[in-house]
Design a protein around this ligand. Structure first.
Ligand code: PLP
Length: 382
């Protein structure tokens, strides 16, 4: 049976060009990028090219990018680095819709005495910039850290004016943009954000590589001690093959036809809404990533549905991949005001450039059958 992968927000297949770039680097650029000899220089050159590709993609400068092991490390580095640089400020402003890695690092700081203000999500899935600004008191706030595009719903919250206002208040803003890269434009020349986190496996690079943007002049200090890599902003030998793969993936990601993905997603939602009774698009009506569809199917247990779709060749997700296996309802959906029952009945379909869009009507046929069957079984157990 041919598999159909519809879980691109969890991770994406690796571009063949990125696989080749990793292999080339392992053959020719395997040195330690910190070494002062030819082998080291070959590795360092490849790392430089990766930072330059990030800068060119985002309208920023190569020296503002720190190569990391992925989104989780970048987010830890951003938040811990910002609070360490502003010891007099003890407030952190964030939202209830963050990825679990942000929630984890912020909760640790809260235990250590920082005051954490978590703004809610509206029913359409975005946080409200005015609530963020109400909480962001310049005398007390060390950092504001917010998710830009939500991994579960695809909802993109409005950042531009907020970034300008926080800059005027001299409060550093960190955006978790992990789901944005390759899906919506990230132009750091027009959005005055202080820090941005990226994870390369979301746009076709291997896992275990990412980057943190720290705008020049941002009060920020390194969070990892030992080692002076990345201009003494990170400790640890740089994953140069991963960076080479990321550079190749960036080149490919820039060529993706996002309009085609958006068209396929909208067609999917239209068909699902027409054919499956009592179903709704979570965050529909908000600005959303073009590839993501979060569907609430009341009365249909999402983990049972997932297993059945998997058995029929389709990979979809419920909630975020990082919390799969945990049966608590998604905190993001609850923060939007959804009931735990509806949250348990919600699935996420996410697509990418290699999705076979012609096969999506077959997927809707299978989804319709399986939803009806899971709902019928739930009723017969009542
Ligand atoms: N932030 C968001 C919004 C994510 O979706 C993810 C991964 O799912 C992360 C952070 C963590 O990234 P990584 O898997 O590279 O650690």
């Amino acid at each position: 049976m041919e598999r159909v992968y519809l879980d691109w927000n969890a991770t994406s297949p690796v571009w063949p060009e990125a696989i080749e770039a990793v292999a080339e680097c392992l053959r020719e650029g395997w040195g330690n990028a910190s070494s002062l000899h030819e082998e080291g220089r070959r590795a360092a050159d490849r790392a430089t090219l990766a930072r330059e590709a990030l800068a060119d993609w985002t309208g920023s400068r190569a020296l503002e990018w720190i190569l990391t092991s992925g989104g989780t490390e970048s987010i830890h580095a951003a938040i811990l680095g910002a609070v360490a640089a502003r010891p007099g400020k003890k407030r952190i402003v964030t939202s209830r819709g963050e990825h679990s890695c942000t929630m984890g690092v912020v909760a640790e700081l809260e235990k250590k005495g920082w005051e954490v203000v978590r703004v809610g999500l509206g029913a359409l899935g975005a946080w409200d910039p005015s609530e963020v600004l109400d909480a962001a008191d310049p005398d007390r706030t060390a950092v504001v850290s917010l998710i830009w595009a939500n991994n579960e719903t695809g909802v993109v919250s409005p950042v531009r004016d907020l970034a300008r206002e926080l800059k005027a208040r001299r409060i550093p803003l960190h955006l978790d943009a992990v789901q944005c890269f390759g899906r919506v434009p990230v132009d750091l020349s027009t959005i005055p954000v202080s820090m941005v986190s990226l994870s390369a496996h979301k746009f076709g690079a291997p896992k275990g590589v990412g980057a943190l943007f720290v705008r020049q002049g941002t009060p920020w200090s390194r969070w990892m001690q030992g080692g002076n890599q990345e201009r003494a902003r990170r400790g640890g030998t740089v994953n140069v093959p991963g960076a080479a793969g990321m550079r190749a993936a960036i080149e490919k990601a820039r060529t993706v036809d996002l309009e085609r993905i958006l068209y396929a997603r909208d067609h999917l939602e239209k068909t699902v809404l027409a054919r499956i009774p009592v179903c709704r698009v979570v965050g529909g009506g908000s600005e959303r990533l073009p590839n993501t569809s979060c569907l609430c199917l009341p009365g249909c247990d999402s983990s049972t549905l997932l297993d059945r779709l998997d058995a029929r060749g389709y990979a979809v997700a419920s909630g975020s991949a990082c919390t799969t296996g945990v049966s608590d309802p998604s905190h993001v959906l609850l923060a939007m005001g959804m009931s735990p029952e509806d949250a348990h009945a919600t699935i996420r379909i996410s697509m990418g450039h290699a999705t076979n869009f012609d096969g999506m009507d077959d997927f809707v046929d299978v989804l319709e059958q399986e939803v009806a069957s899971v709902r019928a079984r739930a009723v017969s157990f009542l």
